[in-house]
Design a protein. Structure first.
Length: 181
């Protein structure tokens, strides 16, 4: 019978990728995966609990464990930052907040601008971008010509690009900072 830690270690790179998907840098991801190994080996008495069958690990179980460890760490950083009133150890967390703030500013500004448009332009924008219907689908459902829909959306995109160029650059910089390292 193969040990649980050996089975987990076979997919080490996959666990690292999962941890990186939470916004961790390489070192934080390695630390998180090591914590996951310790936790699973310590608390799982029967390895069959985290197996789909005799050979396949339950990746979702491991994902949930990694996510919970990550969230615990984030909450710990948040409490430590409040207590110490310092930025030590919160760089990736701060980058995440900057990224989310820049994204919210961008989306909020775009929605505000779209709400000031004529109802026809606003309706087409919402159907295309919020309901994610293609221009052809909108055309077939509404019997509006495809060229009219295309022109309206193209003009709307141009207005949005011109109005939110600065916010878009801030969003991209925050996104790069979040995933840097």
């Amino acid at each position: 019978m193969e040990r649980l830690i050996d089975r987990l270690a076979e997919k080490h790179i996959d666990w690292i990728h999962m941890a990186r998907s939470f916004g961790c840098n390489e070192d934080e991801a390695n630390e998180l995966v090591q914590s996951m190994y310790v936790r699973l080996v310590k608390y799982i008495d029967d390895p069959e609990r985290i197996m789909y069958n005799e050979k396949e690990l339950n990746s979702f179980y491991v994902y949930v464990t990694l996510r919970n460890l990550f969230l615990s760490k984030v909450h710990k950083w948040k409490v430590d930052a409040d207590l110490n009133n310092s930025n030590a150890g919160t760089n990736s967390l701060m980058n995440t907040y900057e990224y989310e703030d820049s994204f919210e500013n961008l989306i909020g500004g775009i929605e505000e601008m779209v709400n000031s448009w004529y109802w026809y332009d606003k309706k087409l924008w919402e159907i295309h971008f919020k309901k994610q219907l293609s221009m052809r689908a909108i055309s077939s459902v509404t019997r509006i010509s495809l060229s009219s829909i295309f022109g309206t959306l193209k003009n709307g995109k141009t207005k949005v690009r011109n109005a939110f160029e600065k916010e878009w650059k801030e969003y991209l910089e925050a996104k790069q900072d979040k995933y840097r390292k």
